[in-house]
Design a protein around this ligand. Sequence first.
Ligand SMILES: NC(=O)c1ccc[n+]([C@@H]2O[C@H](COP(=O)([O-])OP(=O)(O)OC[C@H]3O[C@@H](n4cnc5c(N)ncnc54)[C@H](O)[C@@H]3O)[C@@H](O)[C@H]2O)c1
Ligand SMILES: O=P(O)(O)OC[C@@H](O)[C@@H](O)[C@H](O)[C@H](O)CO
Length: 402
Amino acid sequence: MSQPERKAIHFGAGNIGRGFIGPLLVDSGYHVVFADVNKDIIQKLNEQNSYEVLILDEESEQRASVSDVSGVVSTSDDIVQVFADPAVDLVTTAVGPQILEKIAVTIAQGLHARREADAGPLNIIACENMINQTTTLRNHVYEHLADDDKEWVEENIGFANCSVDRIVPPFDPKDSATPLDVGVEGFYEWVVDEKALRRTRPDVKLKGVKLTTSLDAYIERKLFTLNCGHAITAYLGFLKGYNTIDEAIRDEDIRETVRKALLNEGGAALWKKHNFDEDEYRQYVEKTMERFANPRLKDEIVRVGRQPLRKLAKGDRLLGPAYMAREYSLPIDNLAKGIAAAFLYEMPDDKQSVELQKKVEKDGIEHAVAEITGFDKGSKEHRKVVDAYHALSKIDVRRSQC
Ligand SMILES: NC(=O)c1ccc[n+]([C@@H]2O[C@H](COP(=O)([O-])OP(=O)(O)OC[C@H]3O[C@@H](n4cnc5c(N)ncnc54)[C@H](O)[C@@H]3O)[C@@H](O)[C@H]2O)c1
Ligand SMILES: O=P(O)(O)OC[C@@H](O)[C@@H](O)[C@H](O)[C@H](O)CO
C-alpha cells in the first residue's frame, strides 16, 4: 500500500475530534493520526482504521464513512516520533481547555524531534471552546522548549487561533455499530486565523475551513452567542428538572430568557462592536436556537453545563457578553439570570460544580458572586445576579424534591 502524502496529528479522539475535525481533515486528503490517553479508543482505531459519522438532523439521517485514520497513545514515545515524520504538516487538538497544559509537554518534545529530523514547517490549531486557545497552547509549549528550539519553532511553526462550531454530544452506543461511531448535527463552522499560518509544502486547501483575517469577530460571535445561549439553557434547564438541551429550550420561559439575552443584551453589544448586520445576526440567533431544539442530538444538560467555573471565567461565554453589554450601556437582566443559574448548578460528579457550591456555602452568595464575576458589591450588575439567584432558588425543582 502506498504511503499517503499528508498526515495530520489530532490530539483528542473524543466527540469533536472524531465527529468534526477528523472527518474534515480526511476529506481534505489527510491521513489522521489520533493521539489520545484512552488506550481502548486508540486500539480500536488501529484495528478498524475507519468509523462512521451519523448526521442527525431533524428531517434526515445520513451516514459518512471516515477512513484513513489511525491512533497513537499520547503518553507513549511513539507520538514524539510521529512529529518527526515529514509527511505531517498539521497538528490539531480537541482535548478540553484544561488539558492543553498537559499535551504541551508532548508537543514540545515532538517539535524538538522534528527540528532534529529537519522535517520542515507545520501548523498547530487548537480547537477548544475558548478565546485564543492556540496562543494559550503555544505559551505552554514554549515553557518546555530550549532556547535554540524556540528560535526554530518561531520560524517554522504556525500557531493559529480558531473558532470551531458543531454540536457533537456523546453518542448512545445502542445507535452505533462500534464504539468509534459518532452522531453529529449537520451544521458546522471552522474559522481559522489566516495570518498565523506558516507555508507548508505545498499548501493544502482545508475543506470546510474558512480562513479569515478578522478572527476575533468570529470567535466572539460564536462563544458569546451559541455557547452563551447553550450555557443559559443548560443551567436554567437543570433547575427545572430537564435532562436534555432540546427539552429545556422548548420551555417557553427558558427560550424567551435565552432569546432576550442573545438579541437584546450580549448580541446587541456584539453587532455594535463588530458592525455585524443586525438582521443577519438575528437570523444567526434563530438558527442557533433551532440547533438547540434538535431532539435527535439528545444533548445532555450535564455535558453542556460541565465545568461551571470555566464557564463563569471572565471573558468566557457568560461574563464576556455581560461585560460587553455593560460597555455599550445595554441591559444584562437575562444574562444575569443565566449567570445566577450557574451558581445553582449542583452536579456531584462535576468537580467544578462541587467547588462552586462549597464556595457559595462558605462565603455566602454575595461574596461568591463578587469574587467570581468581578462585579463589585453595591454595583447594579452584582445586585441583578444576586437577586436572580434568590428568585431562581425558589423555582429549583431539584432542591424542592430534596
Ligand atoms: N462536543 C462539542 O459539541 C464541541 C464543539 C466545539 C468545540 N468543542 C471543544 O472540543 C474540546 C473537546 O470536547 P469533546 O466534546 O470532544 O470532549 P470529549 O471528552 O469527547 O473528548 C476529549 C478527548 O480528549 C482526550 N484526552 C484527555 N486528556 C488527554 C491528553 N492528555 N492527551 C490526549 N488526549 C486526551 C479524552 O480521552 C477524550 O477522548 C473541548 O475544548 C470542547 O469545548 C466541543
Ligand atoms: O465544550 P464546552 O464545555 O466548552 O461547552 C459545551 C457546549 O456548549 C459546546 O461543546 C458546544 O456544543 C459546541 O461549542 C458547539 O460548537
